[in-house]
Ligand binder design. Structure first.
Ligand code: ADP
Ligand code: MG
Length: 148
């Protein structure tokens, strides 16, 4: 089933200079970029985005981190895009992430782990709407051949 998923390039990817390489990984996976925007989250918006984690010990530090510098929010689509992108991203803690995954390659630790990806169809729907309300900023496209 073709799905859409919300991917975030987190502030540490900017610090490491790997934002472009993260996008390349998703392109190489065969996923299709439908929407992309750079923005700086407010602390309040970061807390709202991660509200499922409210009360956990990492909630305050992770929302500080997410609001500390810009992020890139993106919608990617493809067959089973949610599971495929989560596999490419790897486990939350880079020590547990499989070889070849984005987090294994570039994440520093549990909190500073380069990338967010929706973990289910329900969260993808909520998270896409969070940054691209009512489809604003989404551009559908099909591959075309451009010939002279
Ligand atoms: P994921 O991003 O893999 O879906 P979670 O939804 O569990 O992981 O957590 C959201 C984010 O909060 C993580 O990506 C990470 O940045 C941070 N985080 C999660 N668990 C911890 C932890 N135990 N210590 C520090 N930061 C954490
Ligand atoms: Mg999560």
């Amino acid at each position: 089933m073709v799905q859409e998923t919300l991917i975030i390039i987190k502030p540490d990817a900017f610090s490491k200079g790997v934002a472009g390489r993260v996008i390349t990984e998703l392109e190489n996976e065969g996923l299709k970029l439908l929407g992309c925007r750079q923005l700086k989250l407010s602390k309040d918006k970061a807390k709202e985005f991660y509200k499922e984690h409210m009360g956990k010990e990492f909630y305050e530090p992770v929302t500080d981190f997410m609001a500390a510098n810009p992020i890139i929010v993106m919608v990617w689509s493809g067959e089973e895009a949610i599971v495929r992108s989560r596999k490419l991203i790897g486990k939350t803690d880079p020590r547990d992430a499989a070889e070849g995954t984005i987090r294994k390659k570039w994440a520093q630790n549990y909190r500073h782990n380069i990338i967010h990806g929706s973990d289910s169809p329900g969260s993808a729907e909520r998270e896409i709407d969070f940054f691209f309300p009512a489809g604003s900023g989404i551009c559908m496209w099909e591959k075309k051949e451009f010939k002279l």
